[in-house]
Design a protein around this ligand. Structure first.
Ligand SMILES: O=C(O)CCC(=O)C(=O)O
Ligand SMILES: [Fe+2]
Length: 272
């Protein structure tokens, strides 16, 4: 049965339109597709019961995030990326992930902070300065490719480790520079934490133990975006140069996840 677009609420209409555009179905989606999509969204909202207090705003100055949003100019250059296998039938309707990556190549922190280098422009510099303020990155430290990624409704990223291909990514910092109307929260399974993307906020997680071994508890991903767009700068900090973080007496010391540079626990307590 084809859905009548003149009926129903706008959520239903948007889901139908989304399904039609993704699957290019000329005579659908039918009621069954639609119901599955709707229950998928409800399940997502239920399972990932969001907590706004898990993330605070103000990581970056407003003008910085606005400048980054200029990257939206390249929005149309987005290309189709990987299509992940769906965990079950219901979420099959939302199994696509497309990425628009603007690449700037690897970045040396000290290069960016040096006034002599061309990379030392205002926005990048402010980001790096802010990150250095978290005392995670040595000034000589290096980040992998500087990227800007964008995602639209229906896209998600299944649980993964950023060290899956055995790269030594010490820490991942995600800087959000758009609000997402609904969905798109970054989840950390072991920490039982979901970060709601808020323009100008950031979340940071270590991927390695103090000794440099992979920490499987860093498993994370992001929930399907129900509505809106998600704009993120993922920063991957290389392990090399970061020896100041090694704790030889406790090699398997587990670092916690920081939201907006703060401990989740102190952050929550502050709001109690
Ligand atoms: O954007 C997010 O919320 C997570 C992205 C991520 O995990 C990644 O790019 O490795
Ligand atoms: Fe990741």
């Amino acid at each position: 049965m084809k859905i009548n677009h003149s009926d129903g609420n706008s959520l239903q209409k948007r889901i139908s339109r989304y399904l039609e555009s993704v699957y290019n179905i000329s005579n659908g989606p039918d009621q069954e597709d639609h119901d599955a999509a709707l229950s998928s969204i409800i399940n997502v909202q239920y399972v990932y019961n969001l907590s706004a207090k898990d993330i605070a705003s103000g990581f970056l100055h407003e003008q910085v995030s606005d400048a980054l949003a200029q990257a939206k100019i390249d929005h149309d250059k987005r290309y189709a990326g990987h299509v992940y296998p769906s965990p079950d039938e219901t979420t099959e309707l939302f199994c696509c992930r497309y990425q628009g990556y603007l690449r700037a190549g690897d970045v040396y922190v000290d290069e960016v902070l040096s006034p002599e280098t061309p990379k030392s422009d205002g926005v990048l510099r402010q980001i790096i300065e802010r990150i250095s303020g978290l005392r995670v990155v040595e000034s000589s430290g290096m980040l992998y490719d500087l990227l800007v990624s964008s995602h639209t409704a229906g896209e998600y990223y299944p649980a993964h480790l950023d060290t899956e291909d055995h790269t030594k990514v010490l820490a991942t910092i995600l800087i959000y520079f758009s609000d997402v109307s609904k969905g798109g929260e970054t989840f950390f399974i072991d920490a039982n934490l979901k970060a709601v993307p808020r323009k100008g906020s950031a979340v940071m997680a270590y991927n390695l133990y103090s000794c440099g071994e992979r920490d499987e508890s860093a498993l994370h991903g992001f929930c399907p975006i129900s509505f809106g767009e998600k704009w993120v700068i993922p920063l991957w900090i290389k392990y090399e140069h970061q020896t100041h973080l090694q704790c030889l007496s406790e090699p398997f010391l587990r670092h916690e996840i920081l939201v907006n540079g703060q401990s989740k626990y102190t952050h929550q307590n502050e709001h109690r």
